[in-house]
Design a protein. Structure first.
Length: 313
């Protein structure tokens, strides 16, 4: 998705296509290559450290202004909630309230491609895309910093998807403190495996034991910056994996099997249930994906398997 007239580049997921009062905004998924829990906070959330990267798997939002104050959201698939519990709806309400313009309305159609309850940030990314698109079509003129402040009220991961150029970021606080991470010259290739089960973030955090001595992400970050998939694969880490695998053993089974297909490393993303493998290049990723699909035991439910890539500026 690139702006019409812009030079072709992969790393512009918030690219906005113009039309009369209308926008189409792409909302990418993310992977957590490292996620460590630092402490439990008095407000019930957890302080964490995470390296997040955006990947080329997108939802899309088609947004249009209206002459009334209705927020009319439709979704594909239609089974999705279109009410106040949808993060796109929440974002729209929060944005117009912040701007003091509650009379503004919009028609929004959300096409979901990013699996839900998968730890891929789909709902958060949709909310960020709604903030960006509505800020444009409602001509509110809010700065990215102002959008980031609203994002933090919607969910811990939303701010990441407002990162300029959206390639990678080192996220701290409860996830909402986002510092852009220097990306390598070439993107990384992954196999993404989405088992047919979802995991709720709150439930995974509830089972978590906060480590007395948190792991450092320094080696993982160095491997990322160096663009070294072998080192990156060795340094992958996610503290939420243990509790998630207790809740949903299929995730552990899939991760174990994926790791046995010869990638540089495999890990669960976020609070799960999706699992990914780091590969040397696209051909390696295709090979690992095929091997994973071929070797599926008859009693293992079929997962969605995709070959994806991180953004490179
Ligand atoms: O912020 P978000 O709505 O994504 O968080 C969902 C739930 O996950 C929170 O209600 C909380 O239980 C848990 N969480 C946490 N620490 C974080 C992020 C999320 O405990 N840093």
């Amino acid at each position: 998705m690139t702006r019409p007239g812009a030079t072709a580049r992969r790393a512009d997921p918030l690219a906005v296509h113009s039309g009369p009062g209308a926008r189409v905004v792409a909302a990418p998924a993310k992977l957590n290559l490292f996620l460590e829990i630092i402490a439990k906070r008095p407000d019930g959330y957890h302080d964490l450290e995470s390296l997040m990267v955006a990947i080329d798997l997108f939802d899309t939002l088609e947004i249009q202004t209206r002459t009334d104050s209705t927020l009319a959201l439709t979704c594909d698939p239609p089974s999705l909630s279109t009410g106040p519990d949808n993060l796109v709806y929440k974002a729209a309400v929060a944005l117009r309230a912040r701007a003091g313009r509650t009379q503004l309305g919009a028609t929004i159609h959300l096409t979901k491609r990013v699996p839900m309850q998968a730890g891929l940030g789909g709902g958060s990314s949709d909310a960020a895309a709604a903030l960006v698109g509505l800020n444009e079509i409602w001509k509110l003129g809010l700065t990215r910093e102002e959008l980031v402040a609203i994002a933090a009220t919607i969910g811990s991961d939303v701010a990441f998807f407002l990162t300029p150029d959206m390639s990678a970021a080192w996220c701290t606080g409860r996830g909402e403190v986002v510092a852009p991470e220097e990306p390598p010259a070439r993107g990384f290739h992954f196999v993404l495996v989405c088992p047919p089960v979802g995991l709720g973030t709150a439930g995974v955090y509830k089972r978590l034991t906060v480590p007395p001595e948190p792991n450092s992400g320094a080696a993982l970050r160095a491997a990322f910056r160096a663009g070294d998939p072998a080192a990156l694969g060795r340094e992958l880490f996610n503290r939420l994996e243990g509790p998630a695998l207790e809740l949903e053993p299929l995730v552990g089974r899939v991760r174990h099997r994926l790791a046995a297909c010869g990638p540089c490393g495999a890990l669960m993303s976020g609070s799960g249930s999706a699992v990914f493998a780091v590969c040397r290049d696209r051909a390696h990723a295709v090979h690992v994906a095929n091997e994973f699909a071929r070797a599926r035991p008859a009693d293992e439910p079929e997962s969605r398997v995709l070959v994806v890539r991180s953004f490179t500026p």
